[in-house]
Design a protein around this ligand. Structure first.
Ligand code: SF4
Length: 860
């Protein structure tokens, strides 16, 4: 057990740090010429859901001589333990210190994770400021992702940023770093090599000069020939790398599904939207390739849902036909197909009908503004009637929850626009009344002006006004069916400061690091007082960045970063906003008023020809006929090593997906949410290894028990082995009701002698009639009598404990709790015990074994 392993039992969620995902590359860093760590400045569950990281991870590992691992922000408990023990932050799979990599590439998804980037560098033992890394062998600190459009607040901490899309540029960056590594030249030489790559921005090569009023006079280029950095654009998505075997996490990701990117870019032209500018032009992935990627990804993961990702999925050419083809192809496996983003007008009846075939999770609509006037200002035009009609269709097609996104504080907003949100939501609720009152979740966010958008000149609305509106909405929707969600206005202001910030904000971020601030995206961690102090200590006037309207000719901190869309276009769009004039999508009109991003030779909008539609739409899963044949199997499996940290839910999810990957003919439940017919035996507590875990599954065709076990065993993750399998009668009682007791072996924490378990304690236990202990659980406290639960406890000749714990109804007791109370040990001490569940005693057989057929498998 290495020193990191020893920390795991003490953490709130050890499963975040296990690595060992299915489909991980498992390259050997020692054999690579270049090691690359992709870092994500938020916790694992968020980072593993990020498609960009998945793409780059697999792409980098496909390169000869390059080995890539990942790193995620450690939660506060792990960060504290690492500091306490002087351990550097290490990568996810190899546990190699981040400072030992050649390249440490951060994806920067949003401004509220800037403090986490500094915290990660600090924990890794890497000097925060790029100037302090000039000498010595430090990794190249590279940034990319949405915030690379204005990375100036981070400029002093990074060596380089990649502005734009990474699939091609990252390969060129690797080649440049490899060539430099072998040259023996200094870091300046590396920056020069990188600056030659389109899309790469080296902050050291630009120097901001300021006016007396604090605004920027100019960004002086220090390297000849690099006045502007052009955004990197992948011309053709069909030719761009996309992983066929995505990583499958053991922990539950925030987006726990297979994702295929169907299109990039959006030319609808919403005037507040950063992505709508910096992902132009609109490019679709060919429909045939999407089907192929979904097929490969679902086979490699066993996911039960496939999400079609783009900024506005309903706009994809022939989306209905694509959905029907996807649904039909994966109907047997009950794979749901979902679209995360839909515009009101894209919700045509045919699309609704297609989506209706799959599981109905919440349906999301983002009107952003509640009055038709304000929707003309932001260039998101549709009528109230269209919106209400869409809601009626959504409800009529069976959705029980609708999520609505609105923004507050948009330019030109009046009280009538704010009042209009409440009014529109109430009208929608009234529509819902005709369909059994579905749930309406209303999300109000504050408008934050973003760089490279037509609204980049606008002031951000003051926190006081946002707080007043928030209080009013809270009062209005306190009771009733409508649920309100709102971000803390102080957090929106911080986002506003950072999003249009300049290099002087590095002082703020450094001070925030000194104050230990971080995880602002997590409401329980956001510390508004701490940030007020950081702002004051760093001498930063928040209004200068957030609340100040900009002059039309003002030089922005990001003016040397060219997104391809011209300033002239942005200004024209801004002017049109104030005259409530609409701009049409160039997909529909052709390039009548060029925004500047296309050369219309290589870089241009690319659409995919629609697929042929099958003769008829397939039936919904609820009416899917299943064969009458039913066969039931029981399997015993073991969990060793990192798999011991999986909880009951994670084990269930992992096994369901493994059964899919194994291609076993599962039977499903009926209803809207068809679930595989799997039953699990009682799981041991998290952290306990086991040789006696049970699973029962129902198949629709017969095979030998050994064959079923072997097929499943082949696709299980590391540390999980099928040991035995048997076919059981359909009427056989559920496994959990058949087990009398479990036998455990418990070893003292590493480094403790055999005398850790004392015979006096056992004698004391034997001499008592009752042994009540107080258990603290999430739902509260309860008292349990150990004498009722413990059937036997003895010290083995080797000095370990043999414990027989009763199973079945009533309050459960964990082996660690027995040791804690019987031997008078602390809660922290017993976390380090090595506990293995060895066997189960069945009620009928009275034998401490499972009466199945052994399944022979290769140990992994
Ligand atoms: S240059 Fe023309 S075609 Fe290309 S995204 Fe801009 S408006 Fe559309």
């Amino acid at each position: 057990m290495d020193s990191f392993d020893k920390l795991l039992p003490h953490l709130q969620s050890p499963i975040r740090y296990l690595g060992h995902e299915l489909n991980a590359a498992r390259k050997d860093p020692h054999k690579a010429e270049l090691t690359f760590a992709l870092a994500f400045p938020d916790v694992y569950e968020v980072g593993i859901s990020h498609l960009g990281i998945q793409i780059l991870y697999h792409l980098l590992n496909s390169l000869e001589g390059v080995a890539c691992d990942r790193a995620y922000a450690p939660w506060t408990d792990l960060a504290a333990k690492l500091r306490e023990r002087g351990m550097p932050l290490a990568s996810h799979e190899w546990r190699r210190p981040l400072r030992d990599f050649d390249v440490l590439g951060f994806t920067i998804p949003q401004e509220l994770c800037y403090s986490n980037i500094l915290a990660m560098l600090d924990l890794a033992g890497i000097p925060l400021l790029a100037k302090d890394r000039r000498l010595g062998r430090w990794p190249l600190i590279l940034g990319g992702g949405p915030c690379a459009g204005n990375p100036e607040p981070l400029a002093e901490f990074f060596d380089a940023f990649l502005f734009g899309e990474g699939e091609e540029a990252v390969v060129e960056i690797c080649a440049a770093v490899r060539a430099w590594k072998g040259s023996g030249a200094d870091r300046n030489d590396l920056w020069n090599r990188l600056a030659e790559i389109r899309g790469v921005y080296i902050p050291e090569f630009f120097e901001p000069e300021y006016n007396s009023d604090g605004t920027i006079a100019r960004l002086r280029p220090l390297r000849p020939g690099s006045e502007k950095v052009q955004r990197r654009i992948v011309a053709d998505l069909a030719a761009a790398f996309f992983p066929r075997k995505p990583l499958l996490p053991l922990a539950e990701a925030i987006h726990d599904r297979m994702v295929v990117e169907i299109a990039r870019g959006c030319t609808r032209g919403c005037r507040f939207c950063h992505a709508g500018i910096v992902y132009r032009p609109y490019r679709e992935r060919p429909a045939g390739q999407i089907l192929e990627l979904a097929r490969a990804g679902l086979q490699a993961t066993g996911y039960e849902e496939c999400s079609l990702l783009s900024l506005s999925a309903g706009d994809y050419s022939g989306i209905e036909n694509l959905l029907v083809r996807l649904i039909r192809e994966h109907l047997d496996q009950r794979v749901a197909v979902s679209l995360p983003s839909l515009r009101v007008q894209s919700l045509k009846p045919g699309l609704m009908k297609a989506i209706q075939k799959v599981r109905k999770t919440g349906f999301t609509i983002a009107p952003e503004a509640a009055t038709e006037r304000l929707r003309r200002v932001i260039n998101k035009p549709f009528t109230d009637a269209e919106l209400l009609d869409t809601a009626a269709q959504v409800f009529a097609h069976g959705w029980k929850t609708i999520k609505l996104y609105f923004m507050v504080g948009l330019p030109t907003e009046t009280e009538a626009d704010v009042e209009g949100i409440a009014d529109l939501v109430q009208r929608m609720d009234a529509v819902g009344g005709r369909f059994g009152h579905p749930q309406i979740n209303l999300s109000l966010s504050a408008f934050v002006p973003k760089p490279h958008t037509p609204f980049q000149w606008e002031p951000q609305v003051e926190t006081d006004r946002l707080e007043r509106i928030q209080a009013e909405f809270r009062r209005r929707f306190r009771r009733g069916r409508i649920r309100l969600k709102w971000q803390d206005p102080r957090l929106s202001r911080l986002e506003g400061i950072l999003s249009r910030g300049d290099r002087r904000l590095s002082r703020l971020l450094l001070r925030a690091r000194e104050l230990g601030l971080g995880f602002e995206g997590w409401s329980e961690e956001f510390d508004p007082q701490g940030w007020e102090q950081a702002l004051a200590d760093a001498g930063v006037n928040p209004d200068f960045y957030a609340a100040r309207p900009r002059r039309e000719a003002e030089v922005f901190p990001w003016d040397h970063l060219d997104p391809g869309v011209s300033r002239q276009f942005l200004l024209r769009e801004r002017g049109r906003a104030f005259t409530e004039t609409l701009t049409e999508d160039c997909r529909l009109t052709g390039c009548r008023e060029p925004c500047g991003v296309c050369d219309l030779k290589v870089i241009e909008p690319r659409l995919s020809p629609p697929l042929d539609l099958p003769a008829e739409v397939p039936p919904a899963p609820v009416s899917l006929a299943q064969p009458d044949a039913r066969f039931r199997y029981r399997l015993r499996y073991s969990r060793r090593g990192p798999a011991r940290f999986l909880g009951q839910l994670e084990i269930a999810r992992m096994l369901v997906r493994a059964v899919r990957r194994a291609g076993l003919p599962m039977r499903y439940s009926q209803g809207f949410h068809p679930l595989p017919r799997l039953v699990f035996g009682p799981a041991p507590p998290v952290g306990v290894e086991s040789e006696a875990e049970y699973l029962e599954l129902e198949l629709s065709s017969r095979m030998s028990a050994e064959e079923a076990g072997r097929r499943l065993g082949r696709v299980l993750p590391e540390g999980v082995l099928v040991l035995e399998a048997m076919e059981i009668p359909l009427q056989s009682p559920a496994i959990s009701s058949m087990i009398n007791l479990f036998e455990y072996r418990i070893e003292a924490p590493e480094g403790q002698g055999p005398g850790w378990f004392t015979r006096e304690a056992l004698t004391a236990l034997a001499g008592r009639d009752t042994f009540p202990i107080l258990q603290k659980r999430e739902k509260g406290e309860r008292t349990v009598d150990l004498k009722d639960r413990v059937k036997g406890l003895e010290i083995t000749p080797e000095g370990a404990l043999r414990l027989l714990l009763r199973a079945g109804s009533g309050a459960g007791v964990k082996p660690a709790e027995v040791v804690q109370h019987v031997f008078g040990r602390s809660e922290e001490e017993v976390k380090e015990l090595k506990v293995v569940r060895l066997a189960a005693e069945f009620k009928e057989s009275r034998a401490v074994r499972f009466p199945g057929q052994a399944v022979r498998q290769r140990k992994r």
